[in-house]
Ligand binder design. Structure first.
Ligand SMILES: Cc1ncc(COP(=O)(O)O)c(C=O)c1O
Length: 366
C-alpha cells in the first residue's frame, strides 16, 4: 500500500555505528532519540540491540511505553526528554528511568508518584544556557542551588545530573564556551552539596561536531566534563545540525517515502480565476511555466512536509500540496509516468517526522 515509508535498516545500523564510535571515543555515553521515527518498533529493536547505545530517549511517554520493557531487559535505560506534564507523572515514573526537569512543583509531584509506585526516579536538572527553551536560566545560580537543595530533600527522587538543550528553539550553536558553563555549574553543585552527578548531558545532534574529525571541525572542542550526548537526527539522517554538514561515515537516505500517482494531466501552471487563500489560509504564489504535465500523488500535508522532501527523480519539481494531495511537475522527467506509478522522496527532519507519525503512511523495511 502507498504512501509508504521504507526504512533501510542496514544504513541506519551504519549510522548508529558511526555516531557511536565518535561519541564513545569522545568519552561520552550515548542516548539515542526515537521520536524522529515515532519509536518505530523495528528501528527501536535495532537501537536496543546495538552495544553502543546506553539510553533510549523520547519526548512522548506513549512512545517510551511501547519499548520500556524490552529496553530494560537488554540493559538500556529509558529517558523522557520533554519536561513531564503534571497529568502524566504516574506513566513517567513507570516507563522512564530518567526524566528531564526544571520545575520544582513537577519534581515534587514526581516524588509522590515515585513513592506510590515504590521506586526512586532519576531526574536531570535542565539548565538553559541561552537557547531559551527549557531549563533554569544559567545566570540564576541561586535558583539552581535552591532547586538542588529542595530536590535533595525528596526521598524518591535522585538527582542524576544536569543537562542542556541548544539549537532546537533559539538556534544557538553549542560551543566550548557555553558548554563550559554547564560543566562549571555541575562542578559547583558537586562541591557545594558534596554529591555525585552521574551525567552532564551536553546537548543533541548539534553538539556532536564538537568531538572533531568532521567537516565542521577538525579538532575536539567539547569541554572535558560533558559526559553524555543525545542523538536523534545525526543518527537517523547523518546530519551535524550545528553547521548542516554531513557526519563522516553516515548516510542520508536511510529512509525514503513513496507515493502513488492518482492523476496525471497536462494543464496550465497558473490557476484561473480570482485568487483567494488556499486550504491552509495562505495566499499561494505560482510560477508561470506554461502548460505542464502535472502529477497528483495520494499524499498530502496531513502525512508529509513538502518543503522537507526531495524527489529522487532529479527532473521532478514539487509544486505544492493540500491536506491529501501533493502536486508535482513531471514535464522535464525522462520517465514516462502513468497513473499508478510511484514517486520516491528522500526526507529532511520535518518530512521524516510527519511521515513516521502519520497512521496513513505504511511502514516497510529493507
Ligand atoms: C531535549 C532533547 N534532547 C535531544 C533531542 C534530539 O535532538 P536531535 O534530533 O537534534 O539530535 C531533542 C529533540 O528531539 C530534545 O528535545
Amino acid at each position: 500500500m502507498y504512501p509508504r515509508l521504507i526504512f533501510d535498516l542496514t544504513k541506519l545500523r551504519q549510522n548508529l555505528d558511526a555516531v557511536s564510535k565518535v561519541t564513545h571515543e569522545g568519552g561520552c555515553s550515548m542516548m539515542i532519540v526515537t521520536k524522529g521515527v515515532c519509536a518505530d518498533p523495528k528501528v527501536v529493536d535495532l537501537i536496543i540491540s546495538h552495544p553502543g547505545v546506553d539510553f533510549l530517549a523520547d519526548s512522548r511517554v506513549k512512545n517510551l511505553a511501547t519499548y520500556a520493557g524490552k529496553a530494560r531487559v537488554a540493559g538500556k535505560k529509558t529517558v523522557l526528554l520533554r519536561l513531564p506534564m503534571l497529568c502524566e507523572v504516574d506513566e513517567v515514573v513507570k516507563y522512564a528511568d530518567l526524566s528531564f526537569n526544571s520545575e520544582l512543583v513537577t519534581i515534587a509531584v514526581l516524588n509522590e508518584a515515585a513513592e506510590k509506585a515504590g521506586v526512586v526516579h532519576n531526574i536531570l536538572l535542565m539548565i538553559d544556557l541561552g537557547d531559551l527553551r527549557e531549563g533554569i536560566f544559567f545566570r540564576d545560580e541561586d535558583l539552581i542551588f535552591n532547586a538542588v537543595e529542595e530536590i535533595l530533600k525528596m526521598k524518591n527522587i535522585h538527582l542524576y545530573g544536569v543537562g542542556v538543550n541548544l539549537t532546537c528553539y533559539g538556534a544557538i550553536i553549542p560551543k566550548n564556551d557555553n558548554l563550559s558553563q554547564l560543566v562549571a555549574i555541575a562542578d559547583k553543585i558537586r562541591s557545594r552539596f558534596h554529591i555525585e552527578l552521574s551525567m552532564v548531558s551536553g546537548g543533541n545532534s548539534s553538539s556532536i561536531y564538537l568531538l572533531g574529525g568532521n567537516d565542521a571541525l577538525a579538532e575536539r572542542q567539547l569541554p572535558e566534563g560533558i559526559t553524555n550526548l543525545r542523538l536523534g537526527e545525526s543518527f537517523l539522517l547523518g546530519n551535524d545540525t550545528a553547521y548542516e554538514t554531513k557526519l563522516p561515515g553516515t548516510c542520508s537516505d536511510t529512509m525514503v517515502l513513496e507515493a502513488q500517482i492518482i492523476e496525471l494531466k497536462e494543464k496550465p501552471s497558473l490557476p484561473i480565476g480570482e485568487p483567494g487563500v488556499d486550504a491552509f489560509g495562505q495566499k499561494p504564489v505560482y510560477e508561470d511555466r506554461g502548460v505542464i504535465k502535472r502529477a497528483i500523488l495520494g499524499i498530502g500535508k496531513q502525512d508529509a512536509e513538502p518543503g522537507s522532501m526531495t524527489p529522487t527523480d532529479p527532473d521532478v519539481d514539487i509544486l505544492g500540496a493540500s491536506s491529501d494531495h501533493l502536486i508535482v511537475d513531471v514535464t522535464r522527467s525522462k520517465q514516462e509516468y502513468k497513473v499508478g506509478d510511484t514517486l520516491t522522496f528522500t526526507l529532511g527532519y520535518g518530512g521524516m517526522l510527519k511521515a513516521a507519525t502519520s497512521p496513513y503512511v505504511e511502514k516497510a523495511y529493507k
